[in-house]
Ligand binder design. Structure first.
Ligand code: MN
Length: 181
């Protein structure tokens, strides 16, 4: 995770900044969410960089907050109720999320999102972000090989199972509550 943060996330951030510096007028004072929703209207020479490095910057910015050194937290409150309503139980949700994350072909992310006010699972390829499709990320898991090869080699399933122990449910609850407002 240290290398992931210090090398990969920094790389996306630097490349996003370099792209924005080429056309500072296009982005103006747009937030990163607005940039990801509207990158297709950007000048051709920075479109791909905004999508890939902008997505990489944003997705990872969320990812670090979604984890905690406090092990084995559990969801509570409104988000726990909404997960139970949408998926049957918290355990059933974790199972479905994990199954979907394990099946992603190649690099990408698994997400719990708020889509038109309802919780749903979605996967995105590469560094595409759910915000581009108008969905609000509530919880996300990076399944790029760079996220787990150093720790567990090719065993993505083990990485996913380990990851549940460090999910920051306080952050998930905060994100859900503010998305519902
Ligand atoms: Mn990553």
């Amino acid at each position: 995770m240290q290398l992931h943060h210090d090398k990969h996330h920094v790389g996306y951030t630097n490349n996003l900044n370099a792209a924005l510096e080429k056309h500072p007028d296009w982005a103006g004072s747009k937030s990163i969410e607005e940039i990801l929703k509207t990158y297709s209207t950007a000048p051709d020479d920075i479109k791909n960089a905004l999508r890939n490095h902008g997505g990489g910057f944003y997705n990872h910015s969320l990812f670090w907050l979604m984890m905690t050194p406090k092990k084995d937290q559990a969801p509570s409150g409104a988000v726990a109720d909404a997960i139970t309503e949408a998926f049957g139980s918290v355990d059933a949700f974790k199972q479905q999320f994990s199954d979907s994350a394990k099946k992603i072909f190649g690099s990408g992310w698994e997400w719990l999102v708020l889509d038109n006010g309802k919780l749903a699972l979605t996967s995105t390829p590469n560094q595409d972000s759910p915000v581009t499709q108008g969905k609000i990320p509530i919880l996300g898991l990076d399944v790029w090989e760079h996220a787990y090869y150093i720790d567990v080699g090719p065993d993505r399933a083990k990485y996913i199972d380990n990851w549940w122990h460090i999910v920051n449910w306080d952050d998930v609850a905060k994100r859900f509550d503010s998305a519902k407002k």
